[in-house]
Design a protein around this ligand. Structure first.
Ligand SMILES: [Zn+2]
Length: 498
């Protein structure tokens, strides 16, 4: 058996870890710094060379901790396999792992590479039967402990759910009250939050009055009301957290939320009444569910799929809006005639007309003067708006140049992430200062800039149609080509910039 005296020169890696649960457990758990200090003192006493100190702070080592990477531990494993290490130190075996599979791998690696384990100041050789037995026992205890914790947590969660009590993230619209104890805080109550509850109430009232989720989202953004994502980010990271705009889905999700209607959801199912006060009444919840679910189904029913230019492109002959139809199998836009029954005045292949209009619109969006022109040309907007528009254009140009530089490799990934985040925050702030109604619809403000092509690709059909309506009139003239010709003559399409 090896003894510390056998090896003349000892090279060790120190590993320390503490989980959030350990921390909440009171004074029994030593902090990562304390663990490291103790081990370092011992290393100095015994003349051991410390190769590296690796740590994982606030991370569990149990198999129940899903999606959490222990980066420190991964480095440990890599270092052991790379060789040149004599000993791996930890304050307790449970610091290294609480997972059987990870433990088995560790022991395998140690035996293969001749690495000894120093646990709680005592050196063990995993390949020695007696030492190995001691280590296995400690590992078994660590595994058992985490299994018991996991079971207790699961039971608590289940019990809270059955009792209709809150659990998990604080839902938008509510705040929580806690009792603070030395072992951590205990959730007392979930109550309507004075800042966000009125937002939910307004949203519900407006939806029930027939206003669209989109226009509510745009209005909330214009008024600078933080979206649920922004609200949460600010609570966690402070007032400078990045801003996430309101989206159509945000409005819908809030309106349909069973939590806001005072229902307790567990594993994705409503299991009964919750203990907290509902913000949305049972009647309103039912009305909203019928309204919004019905709307979603109507939109997705085959045959009512909308097209980029239906109702937007106009017939030059009679002025009627064009509709979509299949013309001998080819998706097309056609004019149903002024009385909507006659023979088609004009007809064009959908893909060709769509492509022509998109080319025009994206070109306009990329024009650095677009927002400025729109702001000035329409109802002579004030200087503040013009300045905000100019700043927004400038920031978007900076970001585009910067993305280009990063793509060419002249900026490191880390500084790219930092600078990009900073620029994006400024862009969001500048965009907030531009009025988003009237001459400058929100969709256009959001999409204009050097990145317009990428932005366009990411937009849904609704937004694309809003932008087209805001920027151009599409007038389709009678074709000069013989009837039935498959060719597309762009000169018969009149695009009138607005
Ligand atoms: Zn017509």
């Amino acid at each position: 058996m090896y003894g510390p005296s056998v090896r003349r020169h000892r090279r060790a890696i120190l590993y320390a870890r503490v989980s959030k649960h350990d921390r909440a457990g009171g004074d029994k758990a030593k902090s990562v710094d304390q663990q490291i200090a103790e081990m370092q003192a011992q290393a100095t006493r015994e003349g051991v060379t410390v190769l590296s100190v690796l740590r994982d702070d606030g991370i569990s080592a149990s198999r129940y901790a899903k999606n959490k990477t222990r980066e420190g531990w991964q480095e440990v494993t890599a270092a052991l396999l790379a060789g040149g290490v004599d000993e791996l130190w930890a304050w307790e075996l449970s610091r290294m792992t609480r997972d059987r599979m990870v433990y088995a791998k560790l022991v395998g690696t140690c035996i293969a590479t001749g690495v000894l384990l120093n646990v709680d100041g005592k050196l063990h050789d995993p390949s020695d039967p007696d030492d190995g037995f001691m280590l296995d026992m400690q590992a078994s205890l660590a595994v058992r402990e985490s299994g018991i914790t996991s079971r207790r947590v699961k039971r608590d969660v289940e019990a809270r759910a059955q009792a209709g009590k809150p659990h998990g993230k604080v839902p938008y619209g509510y705040a929580r009250t806690y009792e603070h104890r030395s072992s951590g805080r205990i959730l007392l109550e979930q109550v309507p939050d004075p800042t966000t509850e009125p937002v939910v109430r307004e949203l519900v009232a407006r939806l029930l009055r027939g206003e669209s989720a989109y226009s509510i989202a745009a209005d909330f953004d214009r008024r600078g009301i933080p979206s649920p994502e922004t609200h949460r980010a600010r609570r966690v990271h402070g007032p400078d957290a990045p801003v996430t705009p309101w989206r159509l889905e945000t409005v819908r999700d809030l309106a349909l939320s069973p939590t806001l209607a005072g229902q307790r959801v567990h594993n994705g199912q409503v299991i009964g009444q919750a203990t907290w006060t509902p913000i949305i009444s049972a009647g309103d919840h039912l009305a909203l569910t019928t309204l919004l679910r019905g709307e979603a189904q109507r939109q997705h029913r085959p045959g009512t799929v909308r097209h980029l230019l239906s109702g937007i492109a106009e017939c030059a002959v009679c002025g009627a809006p064009l509709r979509h139809m299949l013309n001998r199998g080819t998706p097309s836009y056609w004019c149903p005639g002024p009385d909507r029954r006659g023979r088609a005045c004009v007809c064009r292949a959908k893909d060709k007309l769509d492509a022509l209009v998109v080319l025009h619109v994206v070109g306009r969006l990329r024009d650095p003067e677009l927002l400025h022109d729109l702001a000035v040309r329409r109802e002579g907007t004030g200087a503040a708006v013009t300045a905000a528009v100019a700043e927004l254009q400038d920031l978007r140009a900076q970001l585009a140049a910067f993305v280009q530089a990063a793509a060419e490799g002249s900026v490191s990934a880390t500084s790219f992430a930092t600078i990009e985040a900073g620029l994006q925050r400024k862009i969001d702030a500048a965009a907030q200062r531009v009025p988003r109604t009237g001459p400058l619809p929100a969709a256009v403000v959001d999409a204009a800039g050097p990145q317009a092509e990428q932005v366009w690709d990411s937009l849904d059909l609704d937004r694309r149609r809003q932008i087209i309506r805001a920027l151009v009139r599409v007038v389709v003239h009678k074709s000069s080509l013989p009837k039935g010709s498959r060719r597309f003559d762009p000169s018969t399409i009149e695009l009138i910039p607005l």
